[in-house]
Structure formats: C-alpha cells, structure tokens
Design a protein around this ligand. Structure first.
Ligand SMILES: Cc1cc2nc3c(=O)[nH]c(=O)nc-3n(C[C@H](O)[C@H](O)[C@H](O)COP(=O)(O)OP(=O)(O)OC[C@H]3O[C@@H](n4cnc5c(N)ncnc54)[C@H](O)[C@@H]3O)c2cc1C
Length: 310
C-alpha cells in the first residue's frame, strides 16, 4: 500500500489531528470542494442544482462510531426528516447510512430496528436506503443486518468492498436472495491478511465482482447493481462488458461522490447511463475527508494551496 495512503488513513483515526485540523480555515476551505455545507439545507440546495443537470442524489449525514444509543436515535430521527424534506420538495434523493452511525457498536437489534423504520418509511415514499460498509470487523454483522432487512424489503442496498479477499464468497452467498449491491473498492486501512493492497489487484477484483453482477443482470435474477467509483478505467470496462452481455445502459447505476469527476458524471448521464451523486454533509467530516485524501493524494496539493492562500 502507498505510504501516503497509509499515513492519511491512520491520521483519519486520530482525535488529536481532527481537533487541530477542523479548526483551521484552510482545511475548511479545501473541504468545501467535496462538501456543499454542514447542514441539510445546503445538501438539499446542492441536490436541486444537480437535478437541473439531470443527476439525482443520495444524501448522507457524516458521523460514525456513535457511543450512546441517544446519538443513534438522533441520527435515525434526522434521516426521517431527510426523507420528509426530500418528499416535500419532490427531489429524487435516496439515503445512505453507516451501521456505526445507527449504533451497531452498541447493539445489533437496536440497529436493525432503526434501519427497518427508515427503510419502511423510505419504501412508502418510493425511496431507497443503502447500508454503507465500514471496517472489516463490521462485515459479518453488516451482512447479517442486510439479510434480515432484505427478507422483508426490496428497497435496501448493501455496499461490498472489492479490496477484501472475502468479498467474492460473501457475494456468492448473497446471490440467492437477489441482493441489491453497491460495489466499491473500499476506503479503510485493512491489513494485507484481509485485503489486497496493490491497486492493480483491487481493480482486478472490482472488475471480477462487477462481471459476476452484470451476468446476474443479464439473466434477470432480480439482482441490482450500483457501482461506486470515479475510476474512468473501471467505468469504461463496465460499460464495455455490459454491452457485450446485452445488459441495457439503464439496468445499473454509477454512483460518484459530490465534487469528484464532475465532467465524467455529466458525460455518463448524457450518454444514457444512470448516474447518482452521493452528497455528504454535516460537521463530523474529518475522518471522511482524510479518506478522500487517501484515495487521491493529489488532493493534498489542493489542501496546501488553500494553506498558502489563507
Ligand atoms: C457512491 C460511493 C459510495 C461509497 N461507499 C463506500 C462504503 O460504503 N464503504 C467504503 O469502504 N467505501 C465507500 N466508497 C469509497 C470507495 O471505496 C473508494 O475509496 C473511492 O470511491 C475511491 O475509489 P475509486 O474507485 O473512485 O478510484 P481510485 O482507485 O481511488 O482511483 C482511480 C481513479 O479515479 C479517479 N479518482 C478517484 N478518487 C478521486 C478523487 N477523490 N478526486 C478525483 N479523482 C478521483 C482518478 O482518476 C483516479 O486515478 C464509496 C464511494 C462512492 C463513490
């Protein structure tokens, strides 16, 4: 793994660094590129702007690893408000949530109940809820959660990470329940005993997993596929393979983060592919921002430019 990536991912877990950097104006300015604002209104404004470009969104409130049930309850209430506002404003926005934000560190059943309430309400409003995937220690519990929720609800998506060796077998076990999968490369600092470290190995596994899912789409088994990547090479290969398998362009969806590869977002939408942009908002942005820097260390230059302009 690149040493810079490793340092940044370790930094993302440091409370001291979070305290230091979140107070600095130059960091806040750099973060604005990926974050439309710290509150829901800013995210809804950004959503309306993207819809004018023909691009729907997914909304996510930043926050993870809550340590008290009251915080998990507050997060769930917030997402109910998001669903209500989206419906009121007639926006095409889904939601995406981290299990540790809904209390998985505290109790699995409580987390299940909170997701269920949100998924039910989202279903009534014609919306979808995605379950993010976090560090590898959460994978078993998150998949269990998904299986239970998927049994009663069609509008729930599970994220799987291509950097983990285990993901191919996790996917094979999930296929019989026609899962709705968001495939990503994976954003956390995992040991070489659990995850591929070389980019080319992660990319190869991403394409292999995407291929399995595209084949399921071509057979019409009920599987759904969402691809969370900004990598033009992955996107090109997936479009090529879908064409080969005669999977229509609108049978799967590319998902990208707000502020990243904007031209590519528009080009894909113009070419008839489904594209959705994930908008994060909130004040707990430090670990999330460090993971974005780790994905593309060139963004550090952007941060430094803001430092010298400050
Ligand atoms: C919608 C969505 C949801 C996600 N959900 C999760 C999740 O639940 N769990 C999880 O572990 N991870 C999640 N991720 C993050 C994901 O795992 C990757 O860390 C992230 O997407 C970077 O990988 P990549 O495939 O975009 O490309 P990389 O392999 O990081 O980079 C390849 C190329 O993509 C482009 N690129 C990538 N990142 C950037 C950037 N920041 N700025 C500009 N260009 C860039 C560049 O051209 C780069 O050369 C999510 C990502 C997205 C888009």
């Amino acid at each position: 793994m690149g040493i810079v990536r490793e340092i940044l991912l370790r930094g993302s877990e440091s409370r001291w660094l979070a305290d230091q950097l979140t107070r600095r104006r130059f960091t806040r300015r750099a973060v604005e590129r990926f974050l439309p604002g710290e509150d829901l209104n800013a995210a809804l404004d950004a959503t309306a702007g993207l819809e004018q470009r023909g691009i729907p969104t997914i909304l996510t409130l930043l926050g993870e690893h809550v340590s008290q049930a009251a915080e998990a309850e507050a997060a769930a209430r917030h997402y109910l408000e998001v669903l209500a506002r989206v419906s009121e404003l007639k926006l095409d926005s889904d939601i995406s949530l981290k299990p540790t934000q809904l209390g998985i560190d505290l109790d699995l059943d409580g987390t299940y109940e909170r997701y269920k309430t949100l998924i039910r309400r989202a279903g009534e409003l014609g919306r979808t809820v995605a379950i993010d995937m976090e560090e590898s220690s959460y994978v078993d519990r998150t998949i269990d959660l998904y299986r239970r929720l998927r049994a009663d609800h069609p509008n729930v998506v599970l994220c799987l990470q291509a950097y983990l060796y285990r993901t191919a077998s996790d996917l094979a076990v999930l296929l019989p329940i026609a899962p709705h999968i968001r495939l990503v490369k994976g954003a956390y600092n995992e040991p070489a005993t659990l995850a591929f470290h070389r980019k080319r190995d992660v990319d190869a596994n991403f394409l292999k997993l995407a291929d399995t899912l595209l084949e399921e789409l071509s057979k019409g088994t009920g599987v759904q596929l969402f691809l969370g990547t900004h990598d033009p090479r992955m996107i090109y290969e997936i479009c090529r393979r879908a064409e080969e398998l005669k999977v229509p362009k609108d049978a799967f969806e590319f998902q990208l983060l707000y502020g990243i590869q904007r031209e590519l977002q528009t080009r894909l939408a113009d070419d008839g592919y489904r594209v959705r942009v994930l908008i994060s908002y909130g004040d707990a942005w430090f670990p999330w921002y460090m993971r974005r820097l780790a994905e593309r260390p060139a963004n550090i230059l952007f941060l430094l430019r803001n430092l010298f302009a400050a």
